[in-house]
Every structure is written in structure tokens, then in C-alpha cells.
Design a protein around this ligand. Structure first.
Ligand code: NI
Length: 167
């Protein structure tokens, strides 16, 4: 599977709202496989299709210590929220930046799996944070949106400077 190029903040393509998958076919499964490989290689614990310039509602997540518990969600929706937690977050599209964000402590997610079957998954702690973070991407949101304007501007400048140096 090819390693996909990950868009970097503040790329405007990260702001698109992803479209639902209408049919879970071979193309979607190939996308999932390429996304998983790209996430593991990065390395990261979650990736949304929009981050690899594919505006479909598809995410992959693996928060396990041994990197052997891949979860794939197609058209995911959070149907229950409970509690609050603050965790330091990062993002493969915002390399080198880690900031605390407040999110639900427990969520219930409904989605399709890679065979197109609907399933529900309860998540707490880091997994809940990671899934909510990736679903945000599908709505054109990046975790830095939760930070102060001042911090957002600093992060944007820092990444734009890095991108210029890399050219
Ligand atoms: Ni992210």
C-alpha cells in the first residue's frame, strides 16, 4: 500500500467537510489500508481521510501500546457523550505541537465497519479523545481551533515558517 501525503495545517483543504461514504467497496477498503499504513509509519494514533486529501467520512485509530489494535470507522457519529477530561493532543497535520484540549470522557460511536456493517463502540480516555479528534477532522475542524487566538496564530506562523524552510 502506498504511504499517503499528509496535509499540514493551515492547509485550507483541511477545512472541507467530508462526504459520507455511500457504499463500502474495494476502493474504500484500499483507502483504509493505505490510511492505516500511513498512520503507523508517521507514527500516529489516528488519521482522518481528509488529512490525506480524501474528503470522505473515514477514520482509522490505534491507541494500543503494541500498535496491533486497528479500529476503522466509516461514517462515524458520536451518539452519546458523558463527562469531561482534558488531555494533551497532537495531530499529524500539526507536527510538533501538543496542547491540552477538553473533551468528553466517554463516548458511544456508531459507524460502519470495513464490511459495511453497522456497529457501536464505547470509548473512554485516550481512545475517546482520539476518535472525537478524528471525527472533528471530518467536519473541517482541527484541534488547534479549541486554543486561544494567540496560540493559533503562533502555531500557524511556526508551521508556515517550517514549510518555507523545507521548500
Ligand atoms: Ni489530527
Amino acid at each position: 500500500m502506498p504511504i499517503l501525503n499528509i496535509l499540514r495545517y493551515p492547509d485550507p483543504r483541511l477545512r472541507r467537510v467530508a462526504e459520507p461514504v455511500t457504499e463500502v467497496d474495494g476502493r474504500v477498503r484500499t483507502l483504509l489500508d493505505s490510511m492505516a499504513e500511513t498512520m503507523y509509519r508517521a507514527p500516529g494514533i489516528g488519521l482522518a481521510a481528509i488529512q490525506v486529501d480524501t474528503p470522505l467520512r473515514v477514520i482509522v485509530v490505534d491507541v494500543s501500546d503494541h500498535r496491533n489494535n486497528l479500529l476503522a470507522f466509516i461514517n462515524p457519529r458520536i451518539v452519546e457523550y458523558e463527562g469531561m477530561q482534558v488531555m494533551e493532543e497532537g495531530c499529524l497535520s500539526v507536527p510538533g505541537i501538543f496542547e491540552p484540549v477538553e473533551r468528553s470522557r466517554r463516548i458511544l460511536v456508531r459507524a460502519l465497519d470495513r464490511d459495511g456493517q453497522e456497529f457501536e463502540r464505547e470509548a473512554e480516555g485516550l481512545l475517546a479523545v482520539c476518535i472525537a479528534h478524528e471525527i472533528d477532522h471530518l467536519d473541517g475542524k482541527v484541534f488547534v481551533d479549541y486554543l486561544s487566538r494567540l496560540k493559533q496564530n503562533r502555531i500557524r506562523k511556526k508551521l508556515e515558517k517550517q514549510d518555507k524552510l523545507a521548500m
